[in-house]
Design a protein around this ligand. Structure first.
Ligand code: ADP
Length: 406
């Protein structure tokens, strides 16, 4: 066996998985939450066993040390598990990276430079890599960027109609996000359909708490709904998605709100949460069932935005072969899927109501047999995608059995 330790380091959390990229399975899965607070929480699952610890964890360095101690105490032993790389999720790769890269000083410098473009994410990602390098120095560390799949968007899709000098000077362009998921899911959809990826015009809807759409032609991304930041595009759990930027000017001038207040409003207090008080669609559905008009309207706004993007991307692609739903909402919510394609029969998009069940755990076609557009649900697996990308950069001689330090 050869495995990759996948690390997703957030501002106050570290999610991790030890993945066997060949078998496509997770050998261990864990989460450290509330780093820096008085009581942190670690959950580590392996081989049907769950181990939990509550203790103060001051910072990411201590978090990673605790994480490795969990492997020592509960297993599996990283050396015995043949760890061959550590794969780090990095949110922003800017113009630099269109694929995974082995971390060296130049990569660290570039991720640091890009912090102003992703101030909430890149510093935490960077911390995870730096600590990881110190604790596991004998295996390659690979950075896998959320933006990489969208690095080569056509210029017409990536460029805002903004003063060119300002855009250039401040690196303002559409970078996209969730790219690892869009890439993985679009490739998987082709596999499920038994079609060549190169022949397919696809739309992928990654609908989680954050949500994004992509248009993929022949395996390459040609458009995506998230832009300079993940704020643009679809209605999300707590984010507005598309909104007239003049709303920000208005609030700053007339509501006494600072730029930071508006940032918080648009990113954390809007979307489904702003419209209904709840960011979880399960609760929004419950409110609708209880006759709540605001919740019904929220669901209409949510699905209307999806239909607009599906129609727009079908136009961008000049036709459509496959439409795929993924992530928490996309995989579990039959009502949202039905609403997203309602009235789109004219584009050849139809769902079979019997196939469109809640909670789809395996890649599944939910359109009727012979429909012009295949509609699918494909569970995303960003950790597996990161592990596979990281493993692809490991030289063959450094494969299974390479010892881990620390
Ligand atoms: P994240 O963006 O945090 O990675 P996920 O992809 O895990 O999000 O999706 C989380 C969201 O998925 C929840 O906020 C909830 O709205 C939605 N969700 C999860 N399970 C269901 C379900 N059974 N039915 C409807 N929505 C669900």
């Amino acid at each position: 066996m050869s495995t990759v330790l996948v690390i997703n380091s957030g501002s106050s959390s570290i999610k991790y998985q030890l993945v066997d990229p060949g078998a496509g399975t997770a050998v261990a899965v864990g989460l450290i939450e509330r780093i820096g607070e008085s009581q942190s929480h670690i959950v580590h699952r392996t081989d049907g066993h769950t181990e939990e610890r509550r203790l103060p964890i001051a910072d990411h360095g201590e978090g990673l040390r605790r994480l490795l101690a969990m492997f020592d105490a509960v297993g599996p032993d990283l050396t015995a598990a043949g760890i061959c790389a550590v794969g780090h999720r990095v949110v922003m790769g800017g113009r630099h990276y269109d694929g995974p890269v082995v971390v060296d000083q130049e990569v660290l410098d570039r991720i640091t430079e890009l912090c102003p473009l992703a101030p909430l994410h890149n510093p935490a990602n960077l911390k995870g890599i730096q600590v990881g390098l110190a604790l596991l120095p004998d295996v390659p560390h690979v950075a896998v960027f959320d933006t990489a799949f969208f690095r080569n968007l056509p210029a017409a899709a990536a460029t805002y109609a903004l003063d060119r000098e300002v855009a250039e000077k401040y690196a303002v362009r559409r970078y996209g996000a969730h790219g690892t998921s869009h890439q993985y899911v679009s490739a998987k959809a082709a596999e499920v359909l038994g079609r060549d990826l190169a022949d397919l015009r696809q739309i992928v809807l990654h609908l989680g708490n954050g949500a994004s759409a992509s248009a993929v032609a022949g395996g390459a991304a040609v458009d995506t709904s998230m832009g300079f930041t993940p704020l643009e595009g679809l209605v999300m759990g707590t984010r507005t998605g598309d909104i007239d930027p003049a709303v920000a000017f208005h609030l700053e001038r007339n509501a006494g709100m600072s730029v930071d207040d508006i940032d918080t409003l648009f990113n954390k207090r809007s979307g489904l949460k702003g419209l209904t008080g709840e960011n979880d669609l399960r609760l929004v559905h419950k409110m609708v069932a209880d006759g709540d008009d605001a919740a019904r309207l929220a669901l209409e706004i949510y699905t209307r935005r999806l239909r607009k993007y599906i129609g727009g991307y079908a136009a961008v692609l000049g036709g459509l072969d496959a439409l795929t739903f993924t992530a928490g909402v996309g995989e579990n919510d039959a009502t949202v899927r039905a609403g997203a394609v309602e009235g789109l029969e004219f584009l050849g998009i139809r769902i079979d109501p019997d196939r469109n069940t809640d909670r789809i755990k395996e890649p599944t076609v939910i359109s009727p047999d012979g429909a012009p557009v295949a509609v699918l649900v494909v569970p995303t697996n960003e950790e597996l995608a990161i592990a596979q990308q990281a493993a692809s950069l490991v030289p063959a001689e450094a494969g299974a059995g390479r010892p881990a330090a620390g």
